[in-house]
Design a binder for this molecule. Structure first.
Ligand code: 86X
Length: 480
């Protein structure tokens, strides 16, 4: 059993624990290409859930899905000369078609702004063509040279990228916040991962943006993880790609744009935040399987009666809209199945043994707390539905408490360094917003500004680094 289950404790070797959970739960595997991974059935089913939830959210507010090509001509990327230079080492190229060199080499998309905006220039003529609100689900490639990590940093990953064009800055501002709020709701209400939301500093924003907003979560090892980002691109791209429209005022204007994204790294966050020494723990609202029924036959009892009961309960739960599996495999023992489903993070286990059959009851076991209760046959559907709600809430509350404990306010640089060393997490500090100070802190401690909160907080000391006048209260952390 030792090589099937997780052999290290989350609290003792977090990184090894993470890799074991991902591999042994069947979420993912390494691919036979350096830096790439295979999204197996379980992680792909979670990704499909995320797609379902987010598609519903964005379609409700008027977005539509599209698909643009995987290839981007070199000349398109070169147009955004300023920040392209910084990204060059990460771009993968196609240079040959069969055995003849291409006239112009093609990038494998690292992100699709350029190809989408070159097309927007063609589509947009008048204010009547606006807004354009498109999204695509695809994979992107960034040729990472740093060590890769399953879900968190691989050379290819899956994401959605939204791209909008508007007539005014105000509309673009509103779009940026609407999406960030949908992201926040996805993380908190579905993934049960509490987040902080705010604006990136000038150093940390996307260089092509006017400003970048972000939501950030805290991982158990004290490092922050960016969960989603939403940019107001201003008119930076519309000026480069010449995206103009004739306004109601009959004058020519450049459009205002936004872009935003979330990726499969969210699955890594789910593993880290909720997982335990037995494996994965999935919040019910994102779990592909919410409950598993395990019949526990004994030689002395009538196996077929137990199976019939299990099937009856399976049908009732399924009719109630609960995603349920009946594990009636004969080649595995109940004990083996318990471990297997625990490893895979199924929120609720339903046991039906001879005693349950006799007493017209079932036994319910929670994955998050291992608590067991028995409920009467006729109450099974309601009890399961209620427990799934309780598990969802309790996972969120536990993560919320952890996040709050991992925010430390400091008044000076000595405490800053000490807290970062001893405890990690978010460090809340007054800051001058000078980018050299930010750069120094990064060099000396590895911490960066994760965000400047939306609701301005009043500085409570001088700048934590230079001692000069503080302009904002910001949140620093080391991050993934
Ligand atoms: C920035 C910006 C933006 C849509 C998002 O953050 C969400 C979804 N895009 C992405 N970014 C790049 O522009 C970029 C460009 C190149 Cl050429 C590259 F190789 C890597 C990049 N990484 C990030």
């Amino acid at each position: 059993m030792s090589d099937v289950g997780i052999t290290v404790k989350k609290s003792e070797d977090f990184s090894e624990w993470y890799t074991q959970v991902v591999l042994k739960s069947g979420l993912a595997d390494y691919a036979p290409i350096k830096g790439c991974m295979i999204f197996r059935e379980l992680s792909y089913a979670i990704w499909e859930k995320i797609q379902e939830i987010f598609n519903e959210k964005i379609k409700r507010i008027g977005h539509k899905n599209v698909y643009f090509p995987l290839f981007i001509p070199e000349s398109f990327l070169k147009k955004e000369a300023e920040h392209f230079a910084g990204f060059v080492p990460e771009v993968a190229w196609v240079t040959m078609g069969g055995d003849s060199p291409l006239e112009e080499k093609l990038a494998i998309r690292p992100t699709s702004e350029t190809i989408i905006y070159a097309t927007y220039a063609k589509w947009i003529r008048s204010w009547r063509d606006l807004p354009i609100k498109l999204n695509q689900w695809c994979s992107v490639v960034r040729w990472e040279t740093k060590a890769t990590k399953l879900f968190l940093r691989t050379r290819e990953f899956l994401w959605q990228e939204g791209h909008t064009a508007h007539a005014t800055k105000e509309e673009a501002d509103k779009e940026v916040m609407e999406i960030l709020n949908e992201y926040r709701d996805l993380m908190e209400s579905y993934l049960a991962i509490p987040v902080l939301a705010g604006i990136k500093s000038e150093n940390e924003k996307f260089a092509g943006a006017l400003y970048t907003t972000t939501i950030e979560a805290m991982m158990p090892d004290g490092k922050a993880l960016q969960m989603g980002t939403s940019h107001n691109l201003g008119q930076n791209f519309s000026k480069v790609f010449d995206i103009k429209f004739i306004g109601e005022d009959e004058k020519e204007h450049y459009v205002w744009q936004t872009s935003w994204g979330i990726s499969t790294r969210l699955i890594g966050a789910l593993v880290m935040v909720h997982g335990d020494d037995k494996g994965l723990v999935l919040p019910p609202k994102i779990a592909p399987v919410q409950a598993v029924i395990i019949p526990i036959p004994y030689r002395s009892t009538d196996t077929s009666a137990i199976l019939a009961k299990a099937e009856e309960i399976y049908t009732r739960l399924q009719k109630a809209g609960i995603s349920v599996v009946l594990d009636d495999r004969k080649e595995y023992t109940p004990g083996w199945k318990f471990n297997d489903w625990e490893l895979k993070g199924v929120p609720l286990r339903i046991e039906i043994g001879p005693r349950d059959l006799k007493n017209r009851q079932v036994t319910l076991a929670r994955r998050d707390t291992f608590e067991k209760i028995t409920v009467k046959d006729e109450e099974v559907v309601n009890a399961v539905a209620q427990l799934l709600v309780d598990i969802q809430n309790s996972l969120f509350n536990k993560a919320k408490k952890f996040l709050e404990e991992k925010i430390t306010t400091v008044q000076n640089y000595e405490d800053f360094k000490q807290v970062l060393k001893d405890k990690g997490g978010f460090i809340r500090a007054s800051f001058c917003l000078n980018s050299q100070c930010e750069e120094k802190i990064k060099e000396e401690t590895g911490a960066t500004i994760r965000l400047i909160p939306f609701e301005k907080e009043t500085p409570f000391s001088n700048c934590v680094y230079c001692g000069g006048k503080a302009k904002e209260v910001v949140y620093f952390a080391r991050s993934y």
